[in-house]
Ligand binder design. Structure first.
Ligand code: SF4
Length: 393
């Protein structure tokens, strides 16, 4: 008899109902070829594919359930077979919903994610995993520890799947939680990720690497692109994320030789002093040079262009957004769209932009209200975010 495993994902319609960035992304994605946003999440939760790939189908019946209404989910989950296991990834934005489900659903839960697990110790029905690769500890029968990721629960969904060539980043930005160590993914694991992508409908692949170009295996993109095109002729290229100097140094080579189509860049806040406070690894001269080079490249009259997507940060303490807005205005012709981020302060942040962060929303990436901002600063930050989104939609 097989065990029912429910991968439960909370819809962003519940976790971010008032986040204006969602509407913005819907509009800008519609203008960019290859960009797709599924109805309930920005992108496919990779953890589901990874764990699903470890659970043999002859022993586990796998189900995807999206939470759009907590009461309806409680009712549905309490009708699951008694041995069913519910898996969830817990983040600050959904943890209250996870608590509500744990209090009302009479089934076993397996949890993991980016919050303090101590808050779930009170629930005897819940098991906490520090890594997806520990899932065998929580399952009644054996698992395939090295199975390919399995996207069958998202079969033929139009998405932008992720591919990982490395973990970590050597830089030390104050607000960031990424480990300061680079670990490269081995080639057989890359092939395993590629095999899994056959189940999806996609034109672009998002590179999970935090600062593309740091790990020595970045040149694997070319052979990876060839392999993807062999089973997916629609494939247009990669989206990578990197720093201003790294993009300045490599982007022509990446676009021409590695099939990079879009580059996300951590601009954050266009102010020399504030960049120092954030410990960002670039200066304003680098940024000016990058804009000039992207403009020159995209205007040279060929079909090959690079998409330029700056990350911009809001809810910053003591910040004035005038120079950032002016920078966006001056460069709107080369900006594909922006990624607006709201500052959060976590225990694992590499530094601290704020003296204390004990507010109810300080770790909520969808809430502009933060304990380090006055009401006027919350308002000013919201206005700046709207202005920048309006300039670039
Ligand atoms: S913000 Fe980006 S560049 Fe800075 S430490 Fe984090 S991953 Fe690295």
């Amino acid at each position: 008899m097989s065990t029912t495993v429910v991968f439960m994902q909370v819809s962003h319609k519940l976790t971010a109902p008032h986040n204006p960035a969602l509407e913005y992304y819907k509009q800008v994605y519609a203008k960019c070829r290859g960009y797709h946003m599924p109805e309930h999440f920005m992108e496919i939760p990779t953890w589901i594919a990874v764990i699903s790939g470890m659970l043999p189908s002859d022993r586990y019946e796998k189900v995807l359930h999206v939470v759009t209404d907590v009461s309806e989910t409680v009712e549905w989950a309490n009708l699951l077979p008694h041995g069913a296991i519910i898996m969830m990834s817990v983040m600050d934005v959904n943890r209250k919903i996870v608590h509500a489900l744990l209090q009302q659903v009479r089934r076993k839960f397996v949890l993991g994610g980016y919050v303090d697990p101590a808050q779930f110790e009170q629930y005897h029905k819940a098991v906490w995993l520090d890594s997806v690769y520990d899932v065998h500890h929580a399952m009644p029968t054996s698992v395939e520890q090295h199975g390919d990721p399995d996207y069958s629960l998202f079969n033929r969904m139009s998405v932008i799947p992720r591919l990982k060539l490395s973990e970590g980043c050597l830089f030390n930005c104050a607000f960031c939680t990424i480990e300061r160590k680079i670990t490269m993914v081995e080639w057989p694991d890359v092939l395993s990720q590629l095999r899994a992508l056959r189940q999806l409908n996609f034109e672009l692949v998002y590179l999970d690497d935090k600062t593309f170009g740091q790990a020595d295996n970045w040149a694997w993109l070319k052979p990876i692109s060839k392999r993807i095109k062999a089973f997916n002729p629609q494939f247009r290229g990669f989206i990578v994320q990197t720093t201003v100097p790294m993009m300045l140094k490599h982007f022509e080579e990446w676009v021409y030789e590695q099939d990079v189509a879009y580059i996300e860049v951590g601009v954050e806040h266009v102010d020399a002093d504030y960049l120092g406070r954030m410990r960002k690894p670039y200066n304003l001269k680098n940024l000016m040079n990058l804009c000039r080079e992207v403009r020159r490249f995209n205007r040279r009259g060929t079909d090959v262009e690079v998409g330029f997507i700056p990350n911009i940060m809001f809810a910053l303490p003591d910040a004035d957004y005038t120079s950032t807005i002016e920078w966006v205005e001056r460069n709107v012709d080369i900006i594909t769209f922006v990624n607006p981020f709201i500052l959060c302060q976590y225990e694992s942040s590499k530094g601290s932009l704020v003296e204390s962060a004990e507010g109810a929303h300080d770790r909520d990436e969808n809430a502009m209200v933060k304990s380090w901002l006055t009401d006027d600063e919350v308002y000013a930050s919201g206005v700046a975010m709207s202005q920048i989104m309006n300039l670039t939609r």
